[in-house]
Design a protein around this ligand. Sequence first.
Ligand SMILES: [Fe+2]
Length: 255
Amino acid sequence: MARKMTDLHCHILPGIDDGAKNIDCSLALLREEKKQGVSSIMFTPHFNIEKISVADFVERRNNAYRILCENEEFQDMNIATKLAAEVYFSVTLDKEDLDGLCFGDSNYILIELPFHFKPHGLSYAIDNVINRGFTPILAHVERYDYVAKDPMILYDLISKGCLAHINAETLISSSSKSSMPMKYIKWGFVHFLCTDCHSIDRRPPNLEQGYDILKKKMGSECVDMMLENAQYIFKGQPIDLPDIKKPKSFLGNWI
Ligand SMILES: [Fe+2]
């Protein structure tokens, strides 16, 4: 039986970021999501406070969503959808009105970190966001070089109360690359998988394959836990947090 899946990070809304260029591209992505068994989707277009105000972003995003909602094929797909954002980290993030960027009307907020350098004030800013009552979800934690070199950075963020996801693509194509994503999962740092899909050719929906591989590597219990986490988060509800393991450096390897 097909799994009932939830995608909490994707770039499907038409014409708003580097994801779907237009409504046809959006529909192609949605058809594939549906085919794979995805029944709930959080739309998370890129947001960067250096480039646009929260108010202007929300207006643009609502317009893109309206275009999609007026489409009959989308209406017939019967997919539950909500609005959010993939928020690029800024040390002043907590000074902004973050409500419009959260997952629906919940306090979950998806935060993307720089890929190649640990940002100044990371811990301080995340503390402030958490202290304001938000739960940061760290986007695709496997993509940050400095975290792979020093996973204690991620351990500290998860210990504070951050959640994290990895992209399904990482499991699908990681056989010859870093072993770190699987270590993050084993240490209890990863709460669910997402597609982060952008286009049907370049970065397509792939949750089905991602969870198939996760099942082979970690077993059905891990898959069921992540599927359930994603469903709860979509509904804005809390999840059961797994015990986490503190990484140790041994002979140049993190274990
Ligand atoms: Fe993304």
